[in-house]
Structures are given as C-alpha cells and as structure tokens.
Design a binder for this molecule. Structure first.
Ligand code: ADP
Ligand code: MG
Length: 265
C-alpha cells in the first residue's frame, strides 16, 4: 500500500510560504498559458513541499504539467498566481534579472537533451555558470570545474567536444555543469529520457551520490520504475498533485531494475 501523506494540510494556516527545513514551498500555484487560440491552465493549484536533502520524483502522463511545474521551481517561467519559495527566496516576487542571478547561484538545472554548448569543450561548459554568477574567482574556476568532473568520473573527457561523447557522458557533463556554483538544489526534467538503460543507470547513480552529499534533487521522469528508487514520488494529473508516496524500493539498488529492463524482463 502506498503511504499517503498530507503535506498540504497544515493544522493551522501558515503565515507565509516559509517553513522550517523546507527548501521548496509551493502554495496554491496556478499557471495559465494565454495564447492567440485562447488560454489553458496547466497547473491548477499545486501545494508541494520539498525538504532539504530529499530526492523527489515527479511523474505523470505527458501534458499533465510536469515541465511547467519544474519551470516554476527554477524561475524559468512565472506562475499566474500562488507562491513559490525556494531556499528562503520568494522567487515569484523577483524580476527577470533578479531571478536569473538567483537561479545561477541556487539551482542546477538538467534537461533531457543535455543543452551543452557544442562549440565549447566539456570543461568550458562546466565553467560557464561560474562566469555568470561570479561566486568563484576567475583563477579558481578551471581547478573547480576539473574537480567536479573528477568527482563524476568524467575528468578524462574534460577537453573533448560534446559531440564526441556518448549521451550518458554528455548528461554527466551537464550534471557537472549543474554543480558549478555548488547549488543546494538540482532540478532535472526527464534527465534519462534520451539515454539507453546503462547510461540512465549511471546518471541515476550520480544523483544518488549527490543526495548522499546533501544535495536536494527534484526529478521529472517517465520511468515509473526509476521513480520507485527515489525517496518520494509525487504524481501529477491534469495540473494537480493527485498523490504522494514513499516508494517501497526506496533506498534499494537501482542496478537490478536496469539489468531486468535490459534483459527485457
Ligand atoms: P509535461 O511536461 O507533463 O508533458 P507540460 O508542462 O509541458 O507537460 O505541459 C502541460 C500542458 O500545458 C500541456 O497541455 C501543454 O500543451 C501546455 N503548454 C505547455 N507550454 C505551453 C505554452 N507555452 N503555451 C501554451 N500551452 C502550453
Ligand atoms: Mg515535459
């Protein structure tokens, strides 16, 4: 039986979006896209809390609002109404310039198609967010980028161009890039969606390592089995959270699942 939780129903109304231990607090988040052909409400009142150190997966059918939700958490897009507090910052109140600066320092973003700059080497891609945020001095940046690549087992590829690397290696470089400014939060939208099962396993293990080191990860995935190996699953349907539960496979090795799917079992 899934364990239902009711994080959206505090006994007394919270005075603000801030709660102790809570890294991401979403309150009654609504997103309506308005276009020439009318409007569409993709998020219909989302309440969600993610605590520091959690590894949470978000699952749901195509079109249910997963990417829209992720784009709210990273500040890539704005809600129509509701509140978003991430790392003690009410990001819905920031202007575009402020939100870009805030994101550079606080959130590592990982995409399905890696989004590496093809004209830069792997290590140059990793250094790029450091150039924008200036959290680390120019002289620190190359050594820091190399240290991150080493940590992810990617140092030998530091000076290669992205197109010469496999999908799994490119995503590992993108993960290294997401760590450039040492953000507390990593947000990934279908990070294994374009990978074979072996590469997906590698990427998932990197995420597990990062969570063990204290990072918080929110990952959208189509792979329900993969989600079962995260610490909490949030199911979205039609722009609403329909259920949240702690998976039974929580904490167990993910390798077996991948070996099974490779053997077609
Ligand atoms: P998911 O990531 O779960 O597949 P999305 O968040 O991308 O879903 O999209 C949710 C819904 O919002 C879909 O019906 C999609 O067509 C719609 N949508 C997404 N982006 C836009 C946009 N920029 N303008 C209008 N509708 C959009
Ligand atoms: Mg999507």
């Amino acid at each position: 039986m899934p364990m239902n939780s009711t994080p959206n129903l505090p006994a007394t109304p919270l005075p603000s979006t801030q709660q102790e231990g809570c890294l991401i607090c979403l309150r009654n988040l609504v997103k309506t896209y308005v276009g020439s052909e009318g409007s569409f409400t993709a998020l219909r009142g989302i309440d969600l809390t993610v605590n520091t150190g959690e590894f949470v997966s978000i699952v749901g059918k195509s079109g249910c609002g997963k990417s829209t939700l992720i784009n709210m958490i990273t500040g890539i897009d704005r809600p129509t109404s509701g509140e978003i507090t991430v790392a003690n910052t009410a990001i819905h109140r920031l202007n575009e310039e402020q939100v870009a600066l805030w994101r550079g320092a606080n959130v590592g973003v990982i995409f399905q198609f890696f989004q590496l700059l093809p004209t830069l080497t792997a290590i140059e891609n990793v250094m790029l967010p450091m150039d924008y945020s200036r959290k680390f001095s120019i002289s620190q940046r190359p050594a820091r980028a190399l240290a991150i690549l080493e940590q992810l087992g990617m140092a030998e590829h530091a000076h290669k161009m992205p197109t010469t690397l496999s999908g799994g290696q490119q995503q590992s470089i993108a993960i290294a890039r997401s760590l450039a400014n040492d953000p507390p939060l990593i947000v990934a939208d279908e990070p294994t969606g374009n990978l074979d099962s072996q590469s997906a396993e590698l990427v998932f293990h990197l995420f597990e390592q990062l969570v063990d080191q204290g990072k918080t990860i929110v990952m959208v995935t189509h792979d329900r089995e993969l989600a079962e190996h995260t610490r909490r699953i949030v199911i979205l349907s039609d722009g609403k959270v329909v259920t949240e539960y702690i998976p039974q496979a929580n904490g167990k090795s993910v390798g077996e699942h991948f070996r099974k799917s490779q053997n077609g079992i």
